[in-house]
Design a protein around this ligand. Structure first.
Ligand code: SF4
Ligand code: MG
Length: 317
């Protein structure tokens, strides 16, 4: 499948920051697939989303050897082009259902804003109602007159997903779309995203701090630590064979949607920023002296790409 979104060596640095928030990250995403971007808060995952949609302040430095969407260079695109792209081709769903809605305006008024921005008001109204029904909002024409406080968190996320898809985007970026919701609702929302991806021929980027959540729907996964890619590859291989100690810690600590977590590890506390060597070294149970000196590069190991000095394909001798 051809990638509609490609990044090579994506690096993002906030003004005055000592280290880039995102450093040398590469990935491809195709229509019909889901790419999960996983890491703790501060790992750079939301920054990747904001860099793709070019929603970062112009003072933020974005560099890449390649950053393209539907064959067009996102780095050189002018503001008008980016605005059109965000209104029509790239849709985003954010974490907090309540924070994303203005409490003083009706759901309908706010969804209409999106249709206007995409240039499809009033022609898109029927499609919006169909999508609202599709995501499980009954009597949508009536519910559009409601205010956000009259919706549950899950319903607000459903409405946001419907609103995100009305302009027929090809890329949907969902940044922690379920983390404010309880477990049952989380699973329902993820299933909806998964189904809509196929029905609407979408590429889905799913950002989460929780590997257990993304495993349900993501075909491939990027694991970020301290702004760097520490492991990437097919999600099933990652589950079976994670090569990076950080991925293994995340897996062991991940709550499962299908039952209680198997291992309960103490929560990982954010580590100090390091200037040399492996960013995970201050927290890594397997760290050796070379880890603090040399930065491990990504290497292919057992069907995954792993940035760890110790990750090796098992030798036959
Ligand atoms: Fe741990 Fe060293 Fe591997 Fe980093 S390179 S994850 S510190 S073993
Ligand atoms: Mg975030």
């Amino acid at each position: 499948m051809t990638a509609i979104l490609s990044a090579r060596g994506l690096t993002v640095r906030y003004p005055g920051a000592r280290r880039p928030a995102v450093e040398n990250v590469s990935f491809d995403l195709s229509v019909g697939s889901t790419l999960a971007v996983v890491g703790e808060s501060g790992s750079g995952k939301s920054t990747i989303a904001l860099a793709i949609s070019r929603l970062l302040d112009p003072a933020v430095e974005i560099r890449a050897d390649l950053l393209t969407f539907e064959g067009r260079d996102l780095l050189t695109m002018d503001r008008a082009g980016l605005r059109r792209l965000r209104a029509r081709r790239i849709a985003m769903v954010f974490q907090s259902p309540f924070g994303s809605w203005n409490p003083t305006r009706t759901i309908g008024a706010q969804l209409t804003d999106g249709l206007r921005a995409a240039g499809i008001w009033p022609s898109g109204r029927d499609r919006l109602l169909t999508l609202l029904r599709r995501v499980g909002i009954h009597e949508p024409a009536d519910r559009l007159r409601d205010y956000p406080h009259q919706f549950s968190g899950g319903m607000l996320q459903r409405a946001m997903i419907a609103g995100a898809l009305v302009a027929r985007p090809s890329l949907l970026i969902a940044d922690e779309p379920t983390s404010a919701l309880d477990t049952t609702v989380q699973a329902e929302i993820l299933d909806i995203l998964d189904e809509l991806r196929d029905e609407h021929q979408l590429a889905l980027m799913l950002i989460s701090h929780d590997l257990g959540v993304v495993a349900r729907v993501a075909s491939s996964t990027l694991v970020l630590y301290g702004g760097r890619l520490v492991e990437s590859g097919p999600t099933t291989a990652l589950y079976r064979n994670a090569g990076h100690p950080y991925t293994r810690a995340l897996l062991a600590a991940a709550p499962r949607l299908d039952g209680p977590r198997k291992v309960r590890l103490p929560a990982l506390a954010p580590g100090p920023v390091v200037d040399h060597g492996c960013a995970f070294a201050p927290r890594c149970p397997q760290a050796e002296s070379r880890c603090a000196e040399t930065t491990p590069g990504l290497r292919p190991v057992s069907g995954l790409n792993v940035a760890c000095h110790l990750a090796e394909t098992p030798r036959s001798t």
